[in-house]
Design a protein around this ligand. Sequence first.
Ligand code: PGA
Length: 257
Amino acid sequence: MERRMLVAGNWKMYTTSGEGAVLVQDIAEELRDDLDDVEVVVCPPFTGIKAVSTVIELDHVHMGLGAQDMFWEAEGAFTGAIAPRMLTELRCTHVIVGHSERREFFGETDETVNRKVRAAFDAGLTPIMCCGETLATRDALRTDSFVHGQIMAGAAGLSADEAARLVIAYEPIWAIGSGRTPTPESANDVARAIRATIGAMYGPPTALQLRVLYGGSVKPENAKLFFAEPDIDGALVGGAALKADSFSAIAKAACGT
Ligand code: PGA
């Protein structure tokens, strides 16, 4: 089963819209010849989406555009929230759901993650659903069962076709922004377990189509090692996504793998 590699940049709470427009232009410039066999997605803060979308459209850049979160309701009295159709209007294609920082600082739970995954599919957005364990969970040898629970709850209630289009980012919390990573083999073990969970929920053919990304301190120096693993289909990149040269180097590392 050929799964297309996906490299997504999570810009977190960095970049004004002006800075974002420059960054996406620089990335597009670096990747001009190399975009064909890798799907590249950038996820600016909400306020930068329009400016980045304009660059992508006017410069005919082959790049997906994602938000870092959204609410599940279509509209209403939800001060501060952003609805799915506000994203699709700006030509967003993807949305990150359930990032560990959303879970830690903004009260995201597996149940709210699941509602957002549902809402993303209903709006025609591809959800990039994040999961991953704390260091305490890993040390207690409970990573697989913890991540299994996150997937069972977060990916519940989909059609098999939706589950096949879901993207899951495995991001060990202790590896995010820390410069530490699991070994590629142990990241692949969890990616394989995630695929097995989706296989149990939606059937093995669906699981074979599912793309599982690794995230957490991915850099140009280590990206290829993760991409060489059979169950890892790309990366969700934070810090290294804020510089055009390092992000493009990671995307290029996914070419031909
Ligand atoms: P990092 O972040 O690459 O800076 O570790 C990854 C993420 O949080 O998605």
